[in-house]
Design a protein around this ligand. Structure first.
Ligand code: AMP
Length: 189
């Protein structure tokens, strides 16, 4: 089983890259952002609870996200592995993930930090046109990232668990870098 956590600021290309890499390496792609956006579109109770936080660029309450990750991980029978994209987003979620994985007898292999300079992030986000990509909301999302999610880089680094990959290139180049880094990490695990 290959199990990876993708970290990185909004606009780093996490979603795009994790979808491509998951498909090419035959892994399940679990994106909490995508699951939540779909819940909002379908007006499910999860969506209704989540939509205000998402529209403001804030994190959705931990309990909501933890439940949906738990369901996804438990229903992945037979998949040769997974990529978690956009989860965990804070230290509480990272600790809850450890506990959840322990309960289901799994362990993550590596956390991947997709590294992109701030000025590139803002350009990319402004050009993307998603509903939560207005300038005010982008500013909130970058602040939330810095305050709550960036500390996870040290969290995983301290466990010798972190790989940093530069995301400041074309989609194809970054995909090649990621596949190389992931494959190599599995060989040396
Ligand atoms: P993303 O597609 O990963 O950028 O996520 C879009 C939005 O969904 C975020 O701005 C949050 O409001 C929400 N979200 C996604 N993942 C999480 C998470 N792990 N914890 C809390 N909120 C999340």
């Amino acid at each position: 089983m290959a199990k990876f956590i993708f970290l990185g600021p909004p606009g780093a290309g996490k979603g795009t890259q994790s979808a491509i890499v998951a498909q090419e390496m035959n892994l399940a792609h679990i994106s909490t952002g995508e699951i939540l956006r779909s819940a909002v579109d379908h007006k499910t109770s999860l969506g209704l609870e989540a939509q205000g936080f998402m529209a403001r660029g804030e994190l959705v309450p931990d309990a909501l996200v933890l439940n949906l990750v738990k369901e996804r991980l438990e229903s992945l029978n037979g998949s040769p592995g997974w990529i978690l994209d956009g989860f965990p987003r804070n230290t509480f979620q990272a600790q809850a993930l450890d506990q959840l994985l322990q309960e289901i007898g799994q362990e993550s292999d590596r956390a991947i930090n997709l590294d992109v300079p701030d000025e590139v992030l803002i350009q990319r986000l402004l050009g993307r046109g998603r509903q939560d990509d207005t300038e005010t909301v982008i500013r909130t999302r970058l602040r939330v990232y810095r305050e709550q999610t960036a500390p996870l880089i040290a969290f995983y680094h301290d466990r010798h668990h972190l790989i940093s990959v530069s995301g400041d290139s074309t989609v194809e180049t970054v995909t090649q870098r990621l596949k190389f880094a992931l494959t190599q990490s599995l060989e040396t695990a």
